[in-house]
Design a protein around this ligand. Structure first.
Ligand SMILES: [Zn+2]
Length: 210
């Protein structure tokens, strides 16, 4: 019903999280009608992202390709002062920022880039679980101690994800008792999302992990 290029743009917006067809059409018409140079700014920003932004080869955090070195690793994964055998697993990069703000954590991270939904049987394949397993395996096989901290929201999906991760890491833990798996539990009340927790709460949850 709309001209094809416009419909294409609408279709793109409907792929965004939480955006339905009506809102997608509203966004598209907004871009179409705007007069403040938004189209050019948006086009440039997208090109820049394509050219300069990548993901850390270890933790999947976003990186600026130019400053990430030859290995394309983020500053944390390259920092010898951070505990490279302590991995906090987070759902998304903003949760990592939330933990960083507490300044109470000195390890590294693993960004899952999603969460397991009990309603979507394919969801475990969509997040970075295999890479997590491989990372932990690599550390543990050197004989070093390794701690995986599941810093995941205490929602139904978060709980499902945490259980799933514990299950896939269990064979490694059985073979290598120096692997410790803990969860930010106490302090973080049931059903709470990490991003809405305050600094003190997260600090406590980090200290009281089990
Ligand atoms: Zn990294």
């Amino acid at each position: 019903m709309y001209p094809k290029p416009l419909q294409n743009l609408i279709d793109v917006f409907t792929k965004f999280p939480g955006v339905g067809p009506r809102q997608a059409a509203r966004f598209s018409f907004f871009i179409l009608r705007e007069t403040q140079g938004l189209k050019a700014v948006l086009t440039a920003a997208l090109k820049e992202i394509e050219r300069q932004i990548g993901f850390c080869g270890h933790c999947f955090r976003t990186i600026e390709k130019e400053t990430a070195g030859k290995e394309l690793l983020c500053v944390f994964c390259r920092d010898p002062k951070r505990n490279q055998t302590q991995i906090a697993v987070v759902e998304k990069e903003s949760d990592m920022q939330t933990i960083e703000q507490t300044r109470a954590y000195q390890g590294i991270y693993h960004v899952l880039s999603g969460i397991i939904s009990p309603l979507d049987p394919d969801s475990p394949k969509k997040i970075h679980l295999r890479a997590l397993y491989e990372r932990v395996k690599k550390i543990i096989e050197t004989g070093a101690p390794c701690e995986v901290i599941l810093a995941i929201s205490t929602t139904t999906e978060g709980d499902t994800t945490a259980l799933y991760i514990e299950r896939i890491l269990t064979p490694l833990k059985d073979a290598h008792p120096q692997l410790k798996i803990s969860r930010l539990g106490r302090g973080l009340s049931l059903g709470s999302e990490l991003e809405y927790a305050d600094e003190v709460t997260i600090k406590n949850a980090l200290t009281n992990r089990r």
